[in-house]
Design a protein around this ligand. Structure first.
Ligand code: NAD
Ligand code: DAU
Length: 348
């Protein structure tokens, strides 16, 4: 029997690159990785993987109709997993256009291909941010109403609704996963955890938005991709699965823990790291709390996260310390302009 064919979109980003590596561990799947290589996508994230029968990389945009149609036609994927997105909330506040182009229109193009060429599974990677701020309510299950706060979250919620409409209208076998915050190696240092690690390493301030009492749930990226593989292989068509550790931390908890663990891994003093924490202007529209329940994926697919937050943060810190050249390369150039727009000019 031949290999099943998996089209992974956005496989050069943070979570996508971990997922590509996971799916190539066995010889069950041929993986076709379609990625535009934006600032967040980096071929270096997969440098040990050679192209051949099991793997092909295609540089391209998921919203490019002709290219996507040609790819479906030539590769005839059995399944699609879509990670491709503009993923950073702060950037969506500065300019929402690329978010709707990729996160919504791009998904429409991928869904159309899935429908035309008859894929057996279409897994859309979504986020707990589609539920919006749940400061005063119980944690969300998959039926919770959608109330996205940022342009990023709205562009993802739109894609969720569109995907579900393709299931109902055309019978496309769509599944959605909504994960809490991921962290781990290869995450672009614009996101809270790698940004704090990098700033700590280069002795810059640690910028905390607002009062730092916003709460998030954090899952180590390897636990998250394990969940996504289970859903791909055994999830129910038309279903939505939350992915979550169900453990909430305030941003201040996270930064304090990072200061403590970084001091343990380096010559830096914990007190001096803590002293470099700086409260800065809040993110406009900032959600105070995300909280979800992952009962469904635990019960149906026997998934559970195995990496504790402390152990995951320690692995992450070690990776960034050992891979500082990667950090330097991905943050050179235009990243500086972005950093200034957020932290120096304060959202102007
Ligand atoms: P990322 O920003 O690290 O990577 C995104 C990847 O998509 C990059 O490789 C980029 O080049 C590619 N891409 C962007 N636009 C594209 C386009 N038009 N066509 C083709 N490729 C394109 O993102 P991530 O953090 O790995 O997130 C992956 C997915 O998971 C996203 O859909 C995001 O919404 C979702 N998600 C992320 C988290 C998190 O904490 N990181 C949590 C929940 C959900
Ligand atoms: O919840 C899932 C989402 O998690 C994903 O859908 C997004 O793609 C991903 O980027 C992430 O969104 P957040 O906005 O939660 O992540 P971020 O790392 O940007 O911020 C985490 C928290 O830390 C948030 O409350 C804002 C705060 N923060 C962030 C940065 C970058 C700071 O206080 N200071 C900072 O410098």
């Amino acid at each position: 029997m031949g290999m099943k064919r998996l089209l992974i979109a956005g496989g050069c980003g943070f979570i996508g690159s971990h997922f590509v590596r996971l799916m190539l561990e066995t010889e069950e799947w041929r993986v076709i990785n379609l990625d535009k290589l934006t600032y967040a996508g980096n071929l270096e994230n997969l440098k040990e993987i050679g192209e051949g029968d099991q793997y092909r990389f295609v540089r391209g945009d998921i919203s490019d109709r002709a290219l996507v149609d040609e790819l479906y036609k030539s590769e005839r994927p059995t399944a699609v997993v879509n990670f491709a997105a503009e993923s950073h909330v702060d950037r969506s506040i500065l300019d929402s256009a690329p978010f709707f182009q990729t996160n919504t229109m791009g998904v429409q193009v991928l869904l159309e291909g899935g429908r035309k060429y008859g894929v057996e599974r279409f897994l859309q990677v979504s986020t707990d941010e589609v539920y919006g701020d749940v400061e005063n309510s119980v944690p969300c299950d998959e039926e919770h109403r959608l109330a996205p706060s940022s342009p990023y979250a709205a562009s993802k919620a739109a894609a969720d609704l569109l995907s579900l409409s393709y299931k109902r209208t055309y019978g496309l076998p769509v599944i959605i996963v909504r994960s809490c915050n991921n962290y781990g190696p290869f995450q672009f240092p614009e996101k809270l955890i790698p940004l704090m690690i990098r700033n700590g390493m280069i002795r810059k301030d640690l910028p905390v938005y607002g009062d730092g009492m916003q709460r998030r749930e954090w899952v180590y990226v390897e636990d998250c991709i394990d969940a996504i593989r289970r859903v791909l292989e055994r999830g129910n068509d038309g279903a939505i699965y939350n992915i979550s550790t169900e453990k909430e931390y305030t941003n201040l908890d996270v930064v304090h823990l990072l200061c403590n663990l970084m001091a343990g891994e380096t010559e830096m003093e914990e007190a001096s790291l803590r002293n470099s924490m700086k409260f800065v202007v809040d993110r406009p529209g900032h959600d105070r709390r995300y909280a979800t329940r992952a009962t469904k994926i635990r019960k149906e697919l026997m998934w559970k996260p195995v990496v504790t937050f402390e152990a995951g943060l320690q692995k992450t810190i070690r990776w960034y310390l050992e891979n500082y050249e990667w950090v330097e390369r991905v943050t050179s150039g235009t990243y500086r302009d972005y950093y200034d727009a957020i932290y120096v000019r304060a959202w102007k």
